[in-house]
Design a protein around this ligand. Structure first.
Ligand SMILES: NC(=O)c1ccc[n+]([C@@H]2O[C@H](COP(=O)([O-])OP(=O)(O)OC[C@H]3O[C@@H](n4cnc5c(N)ncnc54)[C@H](O)[C@@H]3O)[C@@H](O)[C@H]2O)c1
Ligand SMILES: [Zn+2]
Length: 368
Protein backbone atom coordinates (compact mmCIF):
# COMPACT_ATOMS: atom_id res chain seq x y z
CA UNK A 1 0.00 0.00 0.00
CA UNK A 2 0.98 3.57 -0.53
CA UNK A 3 1.95 5.45 2.65
CA UNK A 4 -0.55 8.13 3.61
CA UNK A 5 0.23 11.23 5.64
CA UNK A 6 -2.15 13.47 7.58
CA UNK A 7 -0.76 16.60 9.22
CA UNK A 8 -2.50 17.67 12.43
CA UNK A 9 -2.46 21.46 12.75
CA UNK A 10 -3.05 24.25 15.20
CA UNK A 11 -3.87 27.27 13.09
CA UNK A 12 -1.41 27.08 10.22
CA UNK A 13 1.26 25.34 12.28
CA UNK A 14 1.68 21.57 11.86
CA UNK A 15 1.80 20.00 15.34
CA UNK A 16 2.56 16.48 14.16
CA UNK A 17 2.02 14.08 11.28
CA UNK A 18 -0.01 10.91 11.29
CA UNK A 19 1.81 8.43 9.06
CA UNK A 20 -0.23 5.43 7.86
CA UNK A 21 1.92 2.64 6.43
CA UNK A 22 2.14 -1.14 6.25
CA UNK A 23 5.62 -1.45 7.65
CA UNK A 24 8.29 0.34 9.64
CA UNK A 25 10.29 1.59 6.63
CA UNK A 26 9.38 5.22 6.99
CA UNK A 27 9.87 5.57 10.72
CA UNK A 28 13.67 5.84 10.41
CA UNK A 29 13.74 9.16 8.55
CA UNK A 30 11.00 10.48 10.83
CA UNK A 31 13.04 9.65 13.92
CA UNK A 32 16.11 11.22 12.39
CA UNK A 33 14.16 14.43 11.75
CA UNK A 34 13.38 14.47 15.47
CA UNK A 35 17.09 14.24 16.23
CA UNK A 36 16.98 10.68 17.57
CA UNK A 37 20.67 10.11 16.80
CA UNK A 38 21.50 12.54 19.63
CA UNK A 39 18.84 11.32 22.04
CA UNK A 40 17.98 8.55 24.44
CA UNK A 41 14.79 6.91 23.21
CA UNK A 42 12.68 4.67 25.43
CA UNK A 43 10.09 2.27 24.06
CA UNK A 44 7.21 1.77 26.50
CA UNK A 45 5.12 -1.29 25.72
CA UNK A 46 2.97 -3.86 27.52
CA UNK A 47 3.43 -7.49 28.45
CA UNK A 48 1.28 -8.73 25.52
CA UNK A 49 2.79 -6.55 22.82
CA UNK A 50 6.39 -7.01 23.97
CA UNK A 51 6.70 -10.70 23.03
CA UNK A 52 5.13 -9.93 19.63
CA UNK A 53 6.98 -6.80 18.58
CA UNK A 54 9.36 -5.70 21.34
CA UNK A 55 12.57 -7.28 20.02
CA UNK A 56 11.70 -6.48 16.42
CA UNK A 57 11.31 -2.80 17.29
CA UNK A 58 14.51 -2.72 19.36
CA UNK A 59 16.43 -4.20 16.43
CA UNK A 60 14.81 -1.96 13.84
CA UNK A 61 15.33 1.31 15.73
CA UNK A 62 18.70 0.71 17.40
CA UNK A 63 20.75 2.43 14.71
CA UNK A 64 18.41 5.43 14.65
CA UNK A 65 19.04 6.39 18.28
CA UNK A 66 21.98 7.43 20.43
CA UNK A 67 20.68 5.01 23.04
CA UNK A 68 17.56 2.83 22.86
CA UNK A 69 15.90 1.36 25.95
CA UNK A 70 12.68 -0.55 26.55
CA UNK A 71 10.35 -0.73 29.53
CA UNK A 72 7.47 -3.22 29.74
CA UNK A 73 4.36 -2.54 31.81
CA UNK A 74 1.74 -5.15 32.66
CA UNK A 75 -1.03 -5.27 30.02
CA UNK A 76 -4.60 -4.22 30.67
CA UNK A 77 -6.78 -1.39 31.89
CA UNK A 78 -6.27 -2.59 35.50
CA UNK A 79 -2.73 -1.27 35.28
CA UNK A 80 -3.59 2.10 33.78
CA UNK A 81 -2.97 3.94 37.02
CA UNK A 82 -0.55 6.15 38.93
CA UNK A 83 1.25 3.15 40.45
CA UNK A 84 2.31 2.00 36.97
CA UNK A 85 3.23 5.56 36.01
CA UNK A 86 5.56 5.65 39.04
CA UNK A 87 7.38 2.54 37.81
CA UNK A 88 7.99 4.29 34.48
CA UNK A 89 9.31 7.44 36.22
CA UNK A 90 11.64 5.23 38.28
CA UNK A 91 12.95 3.50 35.16
CA UNK A 92 13.58 6.86 33.46
CA UNK A 93 15.38 8.25 36.52
CA UNK A 94 17.49 5.13 37.00
CA UNK A 95 18.55 5.32 33.36
CA UNK A 96 19.37 9.04 33.60
CA UNK A 97 16.86 10.05 30.96
CA UNK A 98 17.01 13.85 30.70
CA UNK A 99 14.79 16.44 29.05
CA UNK A 100 16.18 15.46 25.65
CA UNK A 101 14.88 11.93 26.14
CA UNK A 102 12.02 10.73 23.97
CA UNK A 103 9.38 8.06 24.60
CA UNK A 104 7.75 5.73 22.08
CA UNK A 105 4.35 4.30 23.07
CA UNK A 106 4.18 0.88 21.41
CA UNK A 107 0.77 -0.60 22.18
CA UNK A 108 -2.96 0.01 22.42
CA UNK A 109 -4.81 2.87 24.04
CA UNK A 110 -3.69 1.93 27.53
CA UNK A 111 0.01 2.17 26.67
CA UNK A 112 -0.60 5.30 24.57
CA UNK A 113 -2.60 7.19 27.21
CA UNK A 114 -0.17 6.28 29.98
CA UNK A 115 3.02 6.93 28.03
CA UNK A 116 1.61 10.27 26.92
CA UNK A 117 0.90 11.14 30.54
CA UNK A 118 4.42 10.21 31.59
CA UNK A 119 5.80 12.29 28.71
CA UNK A 120 3.61 15.25 29.75
CA UNK A 121 4.80 15.18 33.34
CA UNK A 122 8.31 13.73 33.51
CA UNK A 123 10.70 16.69 33.94
CA UNK A 124 7.71 18.91 33.08
CA UNK A 125 7.42 17.41 29.64
CA UNK A 126 9.52 15.39 27.19
CA UNK A 127 8.79 14.36 23.60
CA UNK A 128 6.83 11.25 22.75
CA UNK A 129 5.73 9.29 19.71
CA UNK A 130 2.66 7.11 19.33
CA UNK A 131 3.02 3.75 17.59
CA UNK A 132 -0.54 2.43 18.07
CA UNK A 133 -0.96 -1.34 17.74
CA UNK A 134 -4.74 -1.82 18.21
CA UNK A 135 -7.46 -0.70 15.82
CA UNK A 136 -8.96 1.42 18.60
CA UNK A 137 -5.66 3.19 19.15
CA UNK A 138 -5.12 3.68 15.41
CA UNK A 139 -8.53 5.18 14.67
CA UNK A 140 -9.05 7.04 17.91
CA UNK A 141 -6.85 7.23 20.99
CA UNK A 142 -3.44 7.93 19.42
CA UNK A 143 -4.70 11.13 17.77
CA UNK A 144 -5.70 14.28 19.62
CA UNK A 145 -3.37 14.50 22.59
CA UNK A 146 -5.60 13.26 25.40
CA UNK A 147 -3.36 11.45 27.86
CA UNK A 148 -4.02 10.10 31.32
CA UNK A 149 -4.75 7.30 33.74
CA UNK A 150 -7.63 5.95 35.80
CA UNK A 151 -7.84 6.98 39.45
CA UNK A 152 -9.66 4.85 42.04
CA UNK A 153 -12.91 3.88 40.34
CA UNK A 154 -12.86 6.82 37.93
CA UNK A 155 -11.78 6.30 34.31
CA UNK A 156 -9.28 8.76 32.83
CA UNK A 157 -9.73 11.00 35.85
CA UNK A 158 -6.14 12.27 35.95
CA UNK A 159 -4.42 13.44 32.80
CA UNK A 160 -3.23 16.17 30.50
CA UNK A 161 -3.67 17.39 26.95
CA UNK A 162 -0.23 16.74 25.50
CA UNK A 163 0.56 16.31 21.84
CA UNK A 164 2.80 13.59 20.41
CA UNK A 165 5.58 14.58 17.99
CA UNK A 166 4.52 11.85 15.56
CA UNK A 167 1.86 9.18 15.22
CA UNK A 168 3.23 6.27 13.22
CA UNK A 169 0.81 3.52 12.25
CA UNK A 170 2.09 0.24 10.89
CA UNK A 171 -1.09 -1.54 9.80
CA UNK A 172 0.64 -4.90 9.62
CA UNK A 173 0.80 -4.85 13.43
CA UNK A 174 -2.97 -5.38 13.47
CA UNK A 175 -2.59 -8.93 12.13
CA UNK A 176 -1.98 -10.34 15.60
CA UNK A 177 -4.97 -8.57 17.15
CA UNK A 178 -7.75 -10.99 18.11
CA UNK A 179 -11.14 -10.69 16.43
CA UNK A 180 -12.91 -9.37 19.51
CA UNK A 181 -10.41 -6.54 19.99
CA UNK A 182 -10.60 -5.76 16.28
CA UNK A 183 -14.40 -5.51 16.40
CA UNK A 184 -14.18 -3.33 19.50
CA UNK A 185 -11.95 -0.84 17.69
CA UNK A 186 -14.32 -0.89 14.75
CA UNK A 187 -17.11 0.58 16.92
CA UNK A 188 -15.14 3.84 17.07
CA UNK A 189 -14.75 3.82 13.27
CA UNK A 190 -18.50 3.46 12.84
CA UNK A 191 -18.90 6.43 15.19
CA UNK A 192 -17.28 8.79 12.64
CA UNK A 193 -19.71 7.59 9.97
CA UNK A 194 -22.68 8.08 12.28
CA UNK A 195 -21.81 11.54 13.60
CA UNK A 196 -20.05 13.06 10.59
CA UNK A 197 -20.12 11.18 7.33
CA UNK A 198 -23.07 9.27 5.86
CA UNK A 199 -21.01 8.38 2.77
CA UNK A 200 -18.29 6.81 4.91
CA UNK A 201 -20.99 4.94 6.84
CA UNK A 202 -22.32 3.40 3.61
CA UNK A 203 -18.80 2.64 2.41
CA UNK A 204 -18.09 0.76 5.64
CA UNK A 205 -21.19 -1.37 5.18
CA UNK A 206 -20.34 -2.06 1.52
CA UNK A 207 -16.86 -3.15 2.55
CA UNK A 208 -17.81 -5.25 5.57
CA UNK A 209 -16.31 -8.47 4.14
CA UNK A 210 -13.02 -6.81 3.23
CA UNK A 211 -12.89 -5.20 6.67
CA UNK A 212 -13.52 -8.54 8.36
CA UNK A 213 -10.75 -10.10 6.25
CA UNK A 214 -8.50 -7.19 7.20
CA UNK A 215 -7.78 -6.40 3.57
CA UNK A 216 -4.85 -3.96 3.81
CA UNK A 217 -6.01 -1.53 1.14
CA UNK A 218 -9.49 -1.27 2.64
CA UNK A 219 -8.14 -0.97 6.18
CA UNK A 220 -5.78 1.77 5.04
CA UNK A 221 -8.69 3.73 3.56
CA UNK A 222 -10.84 3.11 6.63
CA UNK A 223 -8.14 4.18 9.09
CA UNK A 224 -7.21 7.20 6.98
CA UNK A 225 -10.81 8.47 6.86
CA UNK A 226 -11.27 7.84 10.59
CA UNK A 227 -8.07 9.71 11.48
CA UNK A 228 -9.00 12.51 9.13
CA UNK A 229 -12.30 13.02 10.99
CA UNK A 230 -10.64 12.80 14.37
CA UNK A 231 -8.02 15.30 13.16
CA UNK A 232 -10.64 17.75 11.93
CA UNK A 233 -12.66 17.54 15.14
CA UNK A 234 -9.68 18.01 17.46
CA UNK A 235 -8.18 20.80 15.35
CA UNK A 236 -11.42 22.76 15.70
CA UNK A 237 -11.87 22.05 19.41
CA UNK A 238 -8.64 20.72 20.95
CA UNK A 239 -9.74 20.85 24.60
CA UNK A 240 -13.36 19.71 24.25
CA UNK A 241 -15.16 22.96 24.90
CA UNK A 242 -17.66 22.27 22.12
CA UNK A 243 -17.79 19.99 19.10
CA UNK A 244 -15.21 17.49 20.29
CA UNK A 245 -18.00 16.21 22.54
CA UNK A 246 -19.56 14.65 19.41
CA UNK A 247 -16.87 11.98 19.65
CA UNK A 248 -18.70 10.80 22.76
CA UNK A 249 -21.54 9.43 20.63
CA UNK A 250 -22.59 6.13 22.20
CA UNK A 251 -20.29 6.79 25.14
CA UNK A 252 -22.60 8.23 27.83
CA UNK A 253 -24.60 5.02 28.06
CA UNK A 254 -21.61 2.98 26.79
CA UNK A 255 -19.40 4.00 29.71
CA UNK A 256 -22.29 3.49 32.11
CA UNK A 257 -22.75 -0.08 30.83
CA UNK A 258 -18.99 -0.70 30.95
CA UNK A 259 -19.01 0.20 34.64
CA UNK A 260 -22.22 -1.68 35.47
CA UNK A 261 -20.71 -4.81 33.86
CA UNK A 262 -17.52 -4.39 35.90
CA UNK A 263 -15.44 -3.95 32.75
CA UNK A 264 -16.20 -7.52 31.62
CA UNK A 265 -17.11 -6.23 28.14
CA UNK A 266 -14.67 -4.45 25.85
CA UNK A 267 -14.96 -0.69 25.43
CA UNK A 268 -16.12 -0.85 21.80
CA UNK A 269 -18.73 -3.48 22.66
CA UNK A 270 -20.22 -1.08 25.21
CA UNK A 271 -19.98 1.78 22.72
CA UNK A 272 -21.98 -0.29 20.21
CA UNK A 273 -24.69 -0.90 22.84
CA UNK A 274 -24.63 2.78 23.83
CA UNK A 275 -24.89 3.74 20.15
CA UNK A 276 -28.02 1.64 19.73
CA UNK A 277 -29.57 3.36 22.76
CA UNK A 278 -28.59 6.83 21.48
CA UNK A 279 -30.08 6.05 18.06
CA UNK A 280 -33.28 4.89 19.76
CA UNK A 281 -33.48 8.14 21.73
CA UNK A 282 -32.83 10.07 18.48
CA UNK A 283 -35.81 8.28 16.98
CA UNK A 284 -37.91 9.13 20.05
CA UNK A 285 -36.88 12.79 19.64
CA UNK A 286 -38.11 12.68 16.02
CA UNK A 287 -34.60 13.21 14.72
CA UNK A 288 -34.78 10.03 12.64
CA UNK A 289 -37.56 7.64 11.74
CA UNK A 290 -37.94 4.11 13.08
CA UNK A 291 -36.43 2.43 10.00
CA UNK A 292 -33.32 4.54 10.27
CA UNK A 293 -33.00 3.63 13.97
CA UNK A 294 -33.37 -0.06 13.14
CA UNK A 295 -30.76 0.29 10.44
CA UNK A 296 -28.26 1.84 12.85
CA UNK A 297 -28.98 -0.92 15.34
CA UNK A 298 -28.63 -3.81 12.91
CA UNK A 299 -25.53 -2.64 11.12
CA UNK A 300 -23.37 -3.49 14.13
CA UNK A 301 -24.23 -7.18 13.68
CA UNK A 302 -22.10 -7.93 10.56
CA UNK A 303 -19.16 -6.35 12.37
CA UNK A 304 -19.52 -8.76 15.30
CA UNK A 305 -20.59 -6.14 17.79
CA UNK A 306 -23.42 -6.71 20.30
CA UNK A 307 -26.80 -4.99 20.02
CA UNK A 308 -28.33 -6.72 23.02
CA UNK A 309 -27.22 -7.85 26.44
CA UNK A 310 -28.52 -10.01 29.29
CA UNK A 311 -28.16 -9.34 33.01
CA UNK A 312 -27.89 -5.59 32.89
CA UNK A 313 -29.14 -3.61 35.87
CA UNK A 314 -30.87 -0.65 34.23
CA UNK A 315 -31.01 1.45 37.39
CA UNK A 316 -27.29 0.96 37.90
CA UNK A 317 -26.62 2.08 34.32
CA UNK A 318 -28.82 5.14 34.78
CA UNK A 319 -26.99 6.07 37.97
CA UNK A 320 -23.66 5.66 36.16
CA UNK A 321 -24.67 8.11 33.43
CA UNK A 322 -24.51 10.78 36.13
CA UNK A 323 -21.11 9.82 37.49
CA UNK A 324 -19.49 10.06 34.07
CA UNK A 325 -17.08 12.95 34.50
CA UNK A 326 -18.28 14.48 31.25
CA UNK A 327 -21.50 15.45 33.00
CA UNK A 328 -21.36 19.24 33.31
CA UNK A 329 -23.35 20.82 36.15
CA UNK A 330 -25.78 17.92 36.35
CA UNK A 331 -26.97 18.48 32.76
CA UNK A 332 -26.15 15.29 30.92
CA UNK A 333 -24.59 16.18 27.60
CA UNK A 334 -25.98 13.61 25.25
CA UNK A 335 -25.01 13.07 21.63
CA UNK A 336 -27.92 12.27 19.34
CA UNK A 337 -28.16 11.72 15.59
CA UNK A 338 -30.10 14.02 13.31
CA UNK A 339 -30.14 11.25 10.70
CA UNK A 340 -27.12 9.10 9.95
CA UNK A 341 -24.10 11.33 9.37
CA UNK A 342 -24.92 14.21 11.69
CA UNK A 343 -24.31 14.15 15.44
CA UNK A 344 -25.77 16.89 17.63
CA UNK A 345 -25.36 17.82 21.29
CA UNK A 346 -28.53 17.57 23.39
CA UNK A 347 -29.05 18.28 27.07
CA UNK A 348 -32.74 17.39 27.32
CA UNK A 349 -32.60 13.56 27.42
CA UNK A 350 -34.59 12.36 30.43
CA UNK A 351 -33.99 9.45 32.79
CA UNK A 352 -37.15 7.80 31.52
CA UNK A 353 -35.87 7.95 27.92
CA UNK A 354 -32.61 6.37 28.97
CA UNK A 355 -34.42 3.55 30.78
CA UNK A 356 -36.67 3.02 27.76
CA UNK A 357 -33.66 2.82 25.45
CA UNK A 358 -32.00 0.30 27.76
CA UNK A 359 -35.10 -1.88 27.57
CA UNK A 360 -34.51 -1.96 23.81
CA UNK A 361 -31.14 -3.67 24.29
CA UNK A 362 -31.77 -5.83 27.36
CA UNK A 363 -32.49 -9.34 26.25
CA UNK A 364 -34.48 -11.49 28.62
CA UNK A 365 -33.92 -15.21 28.00
CA UNK A 366 -37.18 -16.78 26.89
CA UNK A 367 -38.13 -13.68 24.93
CA UNK A 368 -37.45 -13.59 21.26
N1 LIG B 1 -6.78 9.27 24.47
C1 LIG B 1 -7.94 9.12 23.86
O1 LIG B 1 -8.41 10.03 23.16
C2 LIG B 1 -8.68 7.83 23.99
C3 LIG B 1 -9.74 7.53 23.14
C4 LIG B 1 -10.35 6.29 23.24
C5 LIG B 1 -9.90 5.37 24.17
N2 LIG B 1 -8.87 5.68 25.00
C6 LIG B 1 -8.34 4.71 25.98
O2 LIG B 1 -7.82 3.60 25.26
C7 LIG B 1 -7.87 2.45 26.10
C8 LIG B 1 -8.35 1.28 25.31
O3 LIG B 1 -7.46 1.03 24.26
P1 LIG B 1 -7.30 -0.41 23.59
O4 LIG B 1 -8.64 -0.92 23.23
O5 LIG B 1 -6.27 -0.29 22.55
O6 LIG B 1 -6.85 -1.30 24.84
P2 LIG B 1 -5.45 -1.95 25.26
O7 LIG B 1 -4.35 -0.99 25.14
O8 LIG B 1 -5.69 -2.56 26.59
O9 LIG B 1 -5.25 -3.11 24.19
C9 LIG B 1 -6.14 -4.18 24.14
C10 LIG B 1 -5.42 -5.51 24.29
O10 LIG B 1 -4.76 -5.85 23.07
C11 LIG B 1 -3.37 -6.14 23.32
N3 LIG B 1 -2.67 -5.75 22.10
C12 LIG B 1 -2.30 -4.50 21.74
N4 LIG B 1 -1.82 -4.51 20.48
C13 LIG B 1 -1.84 -5.78 20.05
C14 LIG B 1 -1.49 -6.42 18.83
N5 LIG B 1 -1.03 -5.73 17.78
N6 LIG B 1 -1.65 -7.76 18.73
C15 LIG B 1 -2.17 -8.46 19.77
N7 LIG B 1 -2.54 -7.92 20.94
C16 LIG B 1 -2.39 -6.59 21.07
C17 LIG B 1 -3.05 -5.37 24.56
O11 LIG B 1 -1.94 -5.90 25.24
C18 LIG B 1 -4.34 -5.52 25.36
O12 LIG B 1 -4.37 -6.76 26.02
C19 LIG B 1 -8.76 2.81 27.28
O13 LIG B 1 -7.96 2.97 28.41
C20 LIG B 1 -9.39 4.13 26.87
O14 LIG B 1 -9.65 4.97 27.97
C21 LIG B 1 -8.25 6.88 24.91
ZN1 LIG C 1 -14.33 5.24 22.91
Amino acid sequence: METKILPVKQGSKVLYDIVISDGMNEIHSRLEELGSKERTVVIITDSNVDPLYGDQMMKALKKDCKELLKFVIPAGEDHKNLATVETVYEFLIQNHVTRTGMLIALGGGVVGDMTGFVAATYLRGIDFIQVPTTLLAQVDSSVGGKTGVDFQQYKNMVGAFYMPRLVYMDLSLLKSLDDRQFASGFAETMKYGLIKDAKFYSWLIENSYEIEDRDMEVLAQMIYTSCDWKRKVVEKDPTEKGDRALLNYGHTIGHAIEKAMNFQLLHGECVALGSVCAAYISYKHDLMDKDEYLEVRDMFVPFHLPISITDLDEQEVLKNTYSDKKVSDKARKFILLKHIGRGIIDTTVTDEEILESLREIIYKPGED
